[in-house]
Design a binder for this molecule. Structure first.
Ligand code: CP3
Length: 350
């Protein structure tokens, strides 16, 4: 049923067409973190909702902020408003967001602490997210794609182990070196939870999903293969077993050359690249394998002016000859002027 639906919608939705192997003269465009603090309409809803997690679990308000950037800018995709850290929450961990400080979790110090995790994710926790997905889906027009997402097991594990954002993810890397079998158990639990979570989103109406591996770039090649590529491959396989043909974008941030192995081994349809990735290399090696998504430097977007024009022109000149989903190399920064987003869109669509 899902498969029939997806195949049907590929024809009219530019983003799905690109993930399916086509090239678009004017590439589909969206921005990571497109629903967020740079928008006054987001800040207004956020205030009304209370805490950040209250907003994530309020289907009416979460659907509203998901749709805001699509209405304002006419993006080709809406991305579900939620967070990657709802999975630790559904596994029984405490997760909090303090204003201006980022996430705080109870740290998972050792293997013994793993025993306190639920065996499987608590579906009651995630039910409001699925409701958000179906609300957004019924509000979107026939050309706009709805993207669901989860964090990759490695990236989610880095927050679970450290309990907060750290500059180099040393706590999770140390855990993995000292006790690979124990760390593997945590990763496996996250793989199973992520499969269930993504399938839930796809069944609720998401038309493709993105796996955010924000901290992939801190790992050496061997560790990257073990903790990022293999778990992602299991998620891709597990999701497609239940939703055949599911479209999946991977975002292994900061891995440059290792993106090739990631493309070949995981089976994703598209790869997000950050702004440090050489565009010629993405064109020559990645675009024949998968769709490429990216990769304007969010700081060039913040700067605006000629710096932004040069950045947009370079992405288009180098990558728009192949399968491209135009995007940033990472999330939009909260102090970015709205006029710069308009400038970027005007420039890339001309
Ligand atoms: O618009 C969208 O992209 C959809 C919503 C979305 C959010 N987080 C909302 C959010 C998505 C896809 C995410 C993913 C996410 N969350 C990642 C992976 C992508 C990335 O940016 O690297 C990570 C690492 C997280 C964990 C997380 N959530 C952190 C570290 C923080 C604090 C840093 C920050 O930007 O404030 C968050 C909070 C968060 N998630 C906000 C938003 C809009 C800001 C909170 C607020 O509104 O007060």
């Amino acid at each position: 049923m899902e498969e029939a639906y997806q195949t049907e919608s590929v024809g009219i939705k530019p983003l799905l067409r690109v993930l399916d192997g086509a090239r678009e003269a004017i590439p589909p465009v969206w921005m990571m973190r497109q629903a967020g603090r740079y928008l006054p309409e987001y800040r207004a809803v956020r205030e009304k909702a209370g805490g950040f997690l209250d907003l994530c679990f309020n289907p009416e308000l979460a659907a509203e902020v998901t749709l805001q950037p699509v209405r304002r800018f006419g993006f080709d995709a809406a991305i579900l408003f939620s967070d990657i850290l709802v999975i630790p929450l559904a596994l029984g961990r405490k997760v909090e967001f303090q204003v201006g400080e980022g996430p705080r979790l109870e740290p998972l110090a050792d293997t013994a602490a793993l025993d306190s995790l639920h065996e499987t994710i608590d579906t009651k926790v995630l039910a409001p997210v699925y409701e958000t997905v179906s609300r957004v889906k019924s509000a979107l027009d026939s050309k706009t794609t709805l993207i669901g997402f989860c964090g990759a097991p490695w990236t989610v594990a880095t927050y679970m182990v450290a309990g907060e954002a750290t500059p180099d993810q040393a706590p999770a890397r140390l855990f993995a070196y000292r006790d690979p079998a124990g760390f593997g158990r945590l990763i496996d639990r996250l793989v199973q939870g992520s499969i269930e979570y993504l399938v839930g989103q796809l069944k609720a109406g998401a038309e493709c999903v993105q796996i955010f591996d924000t901290w992939a770039g801190v790992l050496g090649p061997e560790q990257f293969e073990r903790w990022c590529i293999q778990p992602t491959q299991k998620i891709v396989e597990g999701v497609r077993r239940q939703v055949p043909g599911a479209k999946i974008i991977g975002f292994p941030r900061g891995v440059s050359a290792m993106a090739l192995a990631y493309a070949d081994m995981t089976g994703v349809n598209g790869i997000g690249i950050d702004w440090t990735f050489e565009r010629e290399i993405a064109r020559d090696t990645l675009q024949s394998r998968v769709a490429v998504q990216g990769n304007v430097d969010p700081l060039a977007l913040l700067a605006g002016g000629t710096a932004l024009e040069r950045e947009v022109d370079d992405v288009m000149a180098t990558l728009s000859g192949g399968r491209l989903i135009f995007n940033l190399g990472h999330g939009i920064l909260p102090n970015t002027p709205i006029a710069h987003v308009e400038q970027m869109l005007k420039r890339m669509r001309r």
